[in-house]
Design a protein around this ligand. Sequence first.
Ligand code: APR
Length: 247
Amino acid sequence: MRERILITLKMGNKKKLVVLTGAGISAESGFSTFRDSGGLWEQYSVERVASHEGWLEDPEFVNEFYNKLRGQLVAASPNKAHTILAQLEKDWDVTVITQNVDDLHERAGSSKVIHLHGELMKVCSSRDVEDPRCIVALDEHHLTVAPGQLAADGSLLRPYIVFFGEAVPKLQEAAEAVEQADVFVVIGSSLVVYPAAGLVHYAPPQAQCFLIDPKEVSIPSGRSFEVIQDIASKGMEKLSLRLQNLL
Ligand code: APR
């Protein structure tokens, strides 16, 4: 009993590590990044497959696109960056805020993941995206939405994705997490898509901030970030060494 209380206290005292991830963290998993990747994304315009107007114009085309993308996702695996991030939960209270719609953080073992832009492996109502009764998780044996397939509320089934032009329901929850950060890290995001990029402003002044990206990224707030200019896997190896000094 005595040991148990001590362990509980220790877990409660873990410092908070909040990590904002973007497409770059999934690049080494072979899951195409949005802007500079090649692959499936380059054959389709963002307006057609990732905007609210695009969905209204041709839902069948949009569903077909995400059906294909799910096929790519189940063939991909988490990479070292996802794995190291999940392992940091041993010493840190980690919250991952991801702009990615893939499930690679979860598959690597991260337990607290906020998906700002939705989840590829889920589908939902097109009348009310957040209606929990209509959100259905797909799996590797059921990857596709058929033309005309309906959600439980009778509306067309659609990808559980936040399209451009739609509200970002998880933004408040994400901002509150960033406000609590002892250490805040950005990995593999160009920080050009808002409101996600604006989360940087919520990091408390005393929080230590890191950015991992092989390219130069312009940081919106003018805050001081320690930049690890490297790909995500190598960058995470370096970061986990740095974090040992901050425990
Ligand atoms: N490791 C780390 N970062 C990488 C790697 C890598 N191996 N390869 C590329 N990057 C970096 C790029 O240099 C770039 O800065 O990842 C970043 C990817 O930027 P974007 O493609 O703009 O992705 P992201 O910031 O996640 O975009 C935000 O916009 O495309 C929409 O809704 C989509 O969620 C996405 C949002």
